[in-house]
Each structure stands twice: as structure tokens, then as C-alpha cells.
Design a binder for this molecule. Structure first.
Ligand SMILES: Nc1nc2c(ncn2[C@@H]2O[C@H](COP(=O)(O)OP(=O)(O)OP(=O)(O)O)[C@@H](O)[C@H]2O)c(=O)[nH]1
Ligand SMILES: [Mg+2]
Length: 330
């Protein structure tokens, strides 16, 4: 389905690679969620205290604009994992094409998933109107899992009506928020999960060190070998998910193995996964990742997920999830 929200974005997609879902299973209930200008801190158990945030393009929020009633059914939650990204996070938020998405009928909610930054990341994020979820413990995987768990399961503290699409991208300025509409469109066209491939897109000079490029190629080859899906960039930090697909995922990653965990979950649940090329720019600020150690962690996660893989593909899709899916397709 063409949504007309990627106008002006040059189509650089190679033929999409995909695996088809035969299975549907729910791990969490579908829940509405919201926010209005606040910070949420995870409890010691990883649970959060939701304060919510401004829905940046919601007609009910300050600065929001009314979309025609018929177009107001869909919600996008953009997650930006950030650890000490004060120099980059503001620009990443500002580059999200809120107006284009709003015109296409989406309310867009931006959540910075903060890894207990000690710089001004939180202040910058809140200044730009985003909500902030402060994780407990360390690690990108822990933070994103905690935030997702809360956003998808806390029925009472959130007020976003209808199904949601989740988009995740790093807050360091490397991935292109301008391409979010392409990801959304791919989901609306029937994909469950979209991964942004840097190796199929344009990589700015110096953005990917030779070691990181080689490591990524080796890990992606390992992922292809283990799971049989032709992924080209298993370490990508830009993803989009339909909520019903994400609800079936079984995620355990604590750190930079998050992406491997997401990929393995998509394969395990038979999700319809597609890769889209993304542009990759030089990072703003200091990297948090230690290459060799992280590479070993990712390889280990892939291997463990493959060895412990459950066959979830033959399970029936529950009717509640069908409703979510249908609504998202409206
Ligand atoms: N919430 C949270 N985010 C984190 C944590 N560690 C890193 N991040 C964020 O995760 C994203 C990816 O981390 P990077 O250090 O950029 O790692 P990378 O992109 O794999 O490596 P580079 O290519 O060197 O940038 C960035 O936006 C980080 O700020 C953490 O412990 N918690
Ligand atoms: Mg990075």
C-alpha cells in the first residue's frame, strides 16, 4: 500500500528479502500508551514509573495540530537509546519528519531511552519535547527491553489509543530519522519487522571503521548461516516493528547484543522481515561500544538463540492480535 509519505525520498531499495510469518503468539497484551512531558525512571526491578510525554504530533498536545478524524487511527513510537548523547540527541529528534507523518495520519511519540546519562542528554531531549525513560542498570539491551516492556504492557498509565508501530534508532546521529516514513510504509505494506541495512545504503567516509565493517560482515554471515535469512547488516541500529510482531518476541539481550536478539526473535517467530537500505553517517560524540568484546557477545547471542530456538511458526494468531493487525492496516 502506497501511503505517499516517502515522497521526495529517493527509492534505493534493493529487492526486499523476507521471511514469511506462519505463526502468531502473544507474549504481552496490547496496550495504549501516552505521555505528557515527563521523565520515567525504571524501578530496581527494571519496571518504570511512567510520567509520560508530549505526543509530539498529537492534536491534544501543545503544539499539536489536528489531523482529519479518519486519519487519526495510527501511532508511531520512536525509541532513541541514548547514553551521554547530549551533542547528538537534539538533532536526531529534530530530524524526525513529524509533519509528514502527521499529514499521513500518524501521531508520533518520541521516547529517549536513557542509560543514566551524566551529561545533558535528558535536558536536551525534554527541551525538544521528547519523553525520557531512564533505565535501571546498564546496557542498551536492558534499556530498550525495559522501555518496550513498559510501553507495551502498562494498560493503566498510558493513553495512546489504537495500534502502535515502534521505530528504534541510535541517538548518536548516525542513522537517518528522515527515512522513518519508508520504514513505516514497509510495515503498512505487510512487513512485520524492518531492519535498516547500512551495507546496502550509503556509508559516509569514516562512519564505519574497517574493523567494524569486517566484524559486521562476519557476524551477518554467521547470522545468515544460523538462521537462513539473507540479512546483510545484523548489527544495524535502525529497526521498525509492528506491535503485534514485537509482542511475540522473546528478548534477553542486555547490551549491544540487542540487535542480534531482535533478529533471532524475528526469525524464530516467523515474522515477515525486510531490510531497507539506510544512509549511515559519522557519529557525533564518543562511541560506547568496544568492538572485539561486542563482536564476541553478538556471536554468542546468535548462537545461543539458534541452539535454543523454539518453533513458534505453527502457532495460531490470536484474535486480539488480528484486530491490532487489521487496525494497523487501515
Ligand atoms: N539506553 C542506553 N543506550 C545506550 C547504552 N549504551 C549505548 N547506548 C546508545 O546506543 C546507541 C549505540 O551505541 P554506540 O556507542 O553508538 O554503538 P555503535 O553505534 O554500535 O558504535 P559506533 O559505530 O562506534 O557508533 C547510541 O545511541 C548510544 O548512546 C546504554 O547502556 N543504555
Ligand atoms: Mg553508533
Amino acid at each position: 500500500m502506497a501511503l505517499g509519505i516517502t515522497k521526495g525520498v529517493k527509492d534505493r531499495r534493493p529487492k526486499a528479502t523476507s521471511v514469511r510469518a506462519r505463526v502468531r503468539r502473544t507474549l504481552f497484551e496490547h496496550v495504549p500508551m501516552t505521555g505528557s512531558g515527563a521523565t520515567i525512571r525504571a524501578g530496581p526491578d527494571g519496571g518504570g514509573i511512567f510520567g509520560g510525554s508530549l505526543p509530539l504530533s498529537n492534536e491534544s498536545g501543545p503544539g499539536g495540530h489536528s489531523a482529519p478524524q479518519a486519519l487519526r487511527a495510527r501511532n508511531i513510537v520512536v525509541l532513541l537509546p541514548a547514553l551521554n548523547e547530549e551533542r547528538a540527541v537534539g538533532a536526531v529528534i529534530e530530524r524526525i519528519p513529524m509533519e509528514d507523518l502527521r499529514r499521513s495520519g500518524y501521531n508520533t511519540y518520541v521516547w529517549v531511552v536513557d542509560g543514566q546519562s551524566v551529561d545533558a542528554t535528558l535536558e536536551v531531549a525534554k527541551d525538544r519535547g521528547a519523553s525520557v525513560y531512564v533505565q535501571s542498570g546498564e546496557g542498551k539491551g536492558n534499556g530498550v527491553r525495559q522501555a518496550l516492556d513498559l510501553l507495551m504492557s502498562d494498560r493503566n498509565r498510558q493513553h495512546i489509543e489504537g495500534p502502535k508501530i515502534y521505530v528504534m534508532l541510535d541517538a548518536d546521529g548516525t542513522y537517518p530519522p528522515e527515512q522513518i516514513p519508508e520504514f513505516v510504509e514497509a510495515l503498512e505494506s505487510g512487513c512485520d519487522v524492518v531492519a535498516g541495512s547500512r551495507l546496502r545504503g550509503r556509508v559516509e567516509d569514516g562512519a564505519l571503521t574497517s574493523l567494524n565493517r569486517l566484524g559486521n560482515q562476519v557476524l551477518s554471515g554467521f547470522a545468515r548461516f544460523l538462521f537462513g535469512f539473507p540479512i546483510s547488516d545484523v548489527c544495524t541500529g535502525m529497526w521498525a516493528f509492528r506491535e503485534d510482531a514485537l509482542q511475540r518476541f522473546r528478548l534477553d539481550a542486555e547490551s549491544f547484543d540487542l540487535e542480534a536478539d531482535l533478529f533471532a526473535s524475528a526469525c524464530e517467530t516467523g515474522a515477515h522481515l525486510t531490510e531497507l537500505p539506510v544512509d549511515y553517517a559519522c557519529r557525533i560524540g564518543k562511541a560506547k561500544l568496544v568492538p572485539i568484546r561486542t563482536g564476541i557477545l553478538i556471536a554468542w547471542r546468535l548462537l545461543m538463540r539458534r541452539l535454543n530456538q523454539r518453533d513458534m511458526r505453527d502457532l495460531q494468531r490470536p484474535s486480539a492480535m488480528s484486530q491490532v493487525g487489521r487496525a494497523a492496516e487501515q
